[in-house]
Design a protein around this ligand. Structure first.
Ligand SMILES: Cc1ncc(COP(=O)(O)O)c(C=O)c1O
Length: 377
């Protein structure tokens, strides 16, 4: 095998044919502002894609969408918010922006997402301690849906709304319905490494149009209806730029292709590595369809995971350990958690492999060769 010197990235942007057309249109018409036809068009195309009577507000990031979502759910100083521990820190940080406290919940083995058993246990324990949690943040990690029905039922049983962090799961479905549209509030991210990108950006999704209107109001500095600048509420500068929304419009036109390409990557890796003793892949449950944003493998131990990661790095291939759980992060060391070791083990053993939709099979073969060499010694 010839090793080329081209770097293989974990997940790089992949432009289609139309992005530049929409961006040029923004320049040609001077809609170089955080409003305009691309913002409206991008929102409409996401609403149409999610296909579940949803309303979408395009924002500057997924983190901003989580922040505004929590504001809309009434989270404020001193509240507690239950949050999946196994996730990227952006799921939890906005809880702290509001002076509230995250309480972390471990994952279950089937989906690597929030454990309905531990979630219920945590809610009952917090209520017994005299504090009912204000919201639940559940995450479709790496594109794999969480157990939507179970989590929803628990939320309804105790009257606690669910914020659905679908930052990594645009294109995934649960029982045939698109992820992003299940929560009281849903969140999407269009960061540069996501399945589609606007370079940086995000969106809040909701079935409640009043939430959308309020989100746009808050995202544009909470400006009252007056000829002068008047504000009765604290506002934010979180709206998406019309230039970036142009990239998003083009990306929406190729989203299905991007999902297909990432699913192909997963199948290819599994076909070539699935038979190796000590390498495991996360399978979909029958009601789930993952966009396979990142293909992740479990190795036998943290030592072998590191050996693979370092040897990939030596030949210019980027890979990454799975997310370090939030309950193990120094910044959250004073937060309570309900854990059983599942996410800690996933973190120790797991590695994300290069998964971009622009990778060729020759790129995947380079990754596979390194892993095979280590695992079949
Ligand atoms: C699970 C999860 N939540 C939230 C975010 C935040 O999105 P953004 O980077 O657009 O702020 C990301 C990605 O970055 C993510 O992976």
């Amino acid at each position: 095998m010839t090793i080329t010197t081209t770097k293989i990235w974990l997940s790089s942007p992949h432009m289609g044919q139309k992005e530049q057309h929409y961006v040029n249109e923004a320049f040609d018409t001077n809609w170089v502002a955080p409003l305009g036809p691309n913002v409206n068009g991008f929102e409409a195309s996401i609403e149409n894609y999610l296909d579940n009577k949803v309303h979408v507000a395009a924002l500057s990031s997924g983190t901003a969408a989580i922040h505004l979502g929590l504001v809309l759910l009434g989270v404020s100083t001193g509240d507690e918010v239950l949050c999946q521990s196994f996730t990227f820190s952006a799921s939890a940080n906005p809880i702290c922006y509001l002076g509230a406290k995250p309480v972390f919940i471990d994952s279950e083995k089937d989906t690597w997402n929030i454990s309905p058993v531990l979630l219920k246990k945590a809610i009952e324990d917090r209520i017994e301690k005299g504090k009912k949690p204000k919201a639940i943040i559940a995450v479709h990690l790496y594109g794999m849906p969480y157990k939507v029905d179970e989590v929803k039922a628990i939320g309804e049983q105790y009257g606690i709304p669910v914020l659905e962090d679908s930052a990594e799961a645009l294109g995934s479905t649960y029982k045939g319905v698109k992820c992003g549209s299940f929560g009281e509030i849903g969140v999407l991210s269009f960061n540069g490494n996501k399945i589609i990108t606007t370079s940086g950006g995000g969106a809040m999704v909701t079935q409640n149009n009043e939430y959308k209107e309020k989100a746009v109001f808050l995202a544009t500095q909470s400006r009252d209806n007056a000829p002068h600048y008047q504000h009765s509420e604290v506002g934010y500068n979180y709206r998406m730029s019309n230039v970036l929304a142009g990239i998003g419009r083009g990306q929406m036109e190729v989203l299905d292709d991007r999902v297909a390409a990432r699913r192909f990557n997963f199948e290819y890796y599994k076909q070539k590595l699935g038979h190796i003793s000590g390498i495991e892949f996360l399978e979909e449950m029958p009601e789930m369809y993952s966009n396979r944003w990142l293909t992740c493998i479990l190795t036998p131990s943290v030592q072998i995971r590191e050996k693979i990661r370092c040897q990939l790095q030596e030949v210019d291939i980027e890979s990454r350990p799975l997310w370090k759980p939030m309950h193990l992060q120094p910044v959250f060391q004073n937060c309570d958690s309900y854990v059983d070791g599942t996410s800690e083990e996933l973190f120790d053993r797991g590695l994300c492999l290069p998964s971009g939709s622009n990778l060729q099979t020759t790129d995947l073969d380079r990754v596979i060769a390194v892993i095979l060499k280590i695992m079949t010694k």
